[in-house]
Ligand binder design. Structure first.
Ligand SMILES: [Cu+2]
Length: 121
C-alpha cells in the first residue's frame, strides 16, 4: 500500500513537471516586429522628440533612441505598421531616417541646435 502511494506521488510529480515544461513560450516574436532606423538626431531634445512622437504611431509598443549611434529601435505590433511608414513618420518630425531624407519644412522648424549637421552635444 505504501509503495502504491509513493508511486502515485511520484507519477503526480512527474506529470506536474511535464506540465511546467510544456507551457508555451511567450508568443512575443510572432506578434511584434522590431526595426532599427538610423536617424539624424543630435541631442537629448531630439531623443525626447523622436521617442515621444513615434510612440504614438500606429501599433508601436516600444521606442528607444541609442544615445551613441542615434539609431531608433522601434517595436510594433505586426501588421499594424511597417518600416517605410515609420521612416516617413521620422522624416515628418524633421530627421533623416536611413536613406530617407528629413522633411525640409519640419527640419527647418526644429530648434537650431537640433538641426542636421550639428555636432552631437
Ligand atoms: Cu536636438
Amino acid at each position: 500500500m505504501k509503495t502504491t502511494l509513493k508511486l502515485i506521488i511520484a507519477v503526480l510529480f512527474v506529470m506536474n513537471t511535464a506540465v511546467l515544461f510544456a507551457r508555451p513560450q511567450e508568443p512575443k516574436n510572432d506578434k511584434f516586429e522590431t526595426v532599427s532606423i538610423k536617424t539624424s538626431a543630435v541631442c537629448g531634445m531630439c531623443k525626447d522628440r523622436l521617442e515621444k512622437n513615434i510612440a504614438f504611431e500606429k501599433g508601436v509598443r516600444l521606442v528607444s533612441l541609442d544615445d551613441e549611434t542615434k539609431v531608433l529601435t522601434i517595436e510594433y505590433r505586426k501588421g499594424k505598421n511597417d518600416k517605410e511608414r515609420l521612416k516617413k513618420a521620422i522624416s515628418r518630425l524633421g530627421y533623416d531616417a536611413d536613406d530617407m531624407p528629413a522633411d525640409q519644412k519640419a527640419h527647418d522648424r526644429l530648434p537650431a541646435c537640433c538641426q542636421k549637421g550639428n555636432d552631437p552635444h
